[in-house]
Ligand binder design. Structure first.
Ligand code: FPP
Length: 251
């Protein structure tokens, strides 16, 4: 990730005349199938998946995408074999340890969304460190959904608000969409513009359920370890052609 973010708010010349999404989310699917096709264990696919993530963060920064949010471990992934769960935990450890300094030096702010309960204590500490060290960065925003589930996030937000009501900090009537939005893990991220799902499946898989309300969705057949800048550019070109109406009619 050596050339990330020349200027996060300044689209690269190739994209200057194109409507760029400000906030992209990615379901990085297909690691297992990619590995199986090569006769290798699923965990090998996840390892190569990290390289695809590094390529994508770099490319997104160069193109001028300000916010990138990726799904790297879902609350449902605990049901996978223990060896695979451990491998995904180790990849997060390695990724943060290896890339934190570099991302920080490039001005990228790192956030990790999802539940902190049930996480090994060293991972919780690593997440805390990554967030704290990059807190003041503004040149790009990488959010990693880890131990994340969309429904669980909504339930946590509802509990938080219920507690505030119980503690008489807010009135029930004061709870509207904006207040609810602010109780979610993504409270300081802008509206989601585009969801990319690799691996060819037409599912949301419990990712960013609330935030997807008006996002455009692009499903791509490429398996995640093969994803590169050309695929990202293809998704962006596709986005630029969409006509977003947010429920209204065209003038
Ligand atoms: C889906 O592929 C992918 C995941 C469950 C994990 C995604 C993780 C990475 C890309 C690497 C980890 C990155 C960090 C930062 C920890 P799948 O296994 O469901 O593939 P399949 O649909 O082919 O079985």
């Amino acid at each position: 990730m050596s050339h990330i973010l020349p200027s996060a708010h300044d689209p690269s010349p190739a994209f200057q005349n194109q409507t760029l999404p400000r906030h992209i989310a990615i379901v990085m699917d297909g690691n297992g199938r990619w590995a199986r096709a090569k006769g290798r264990p699923r965990t090998f696919g996840h390892e190569r998946g990290v390289e695809a993530l590094q390529r994508t963060v770099e490319a997104a920064g160069e193109i001028g995408i300000e916010y990138l949010t990726v799904f790297s471990f879902s609350t449902e992934n605990w049901r996978r074999p223990l060896g695979e769960v451990n491998a995904l935990f180790n990849l997060l450890r390695a990724y943060v340890k290896r890339d934190l300094a570099r991302l920080n030096a490039k001005g990228v702010r790192i956030r990790i969304i999802g539940s902190r309960d049930d996480l090994p204590t060293d991972i919780a500490a690593l997440i805390e460190k990554a967030e704290t060290e990059t807190r003041t960065n503004t040149r790009g925003h990488l959010t990693i959904a880890f131990n994340y589930g969309g429904r669980e996030e909504i339930v946590r937000a509802a509990r938080k608000l219920a507690r505030s009501v119980q503690d008489k900090q807010i009135e029930v009537e004061a709870i509207d969409e904006r207040v609810f939005d602010q109780a979610l893990d993504t409270s300081d991220l802008p509206e989601l513009d585009l969801l990319i799902r690799t691996g060819g499946e037409y599912r949301v898989s419990n990712f960013l359920l609330w935030q997807l309300a008006y996002a455009e969705i692009t499903v791509m057949d490429v398996l995640w370890p093969d994803f590169d800048r050309a695929h990202l550019e293809q998704a962006l070109s596709n986005f630029a052609l969409r006509e977003r109406r947010f429920g209204a009619v065209q003038e």
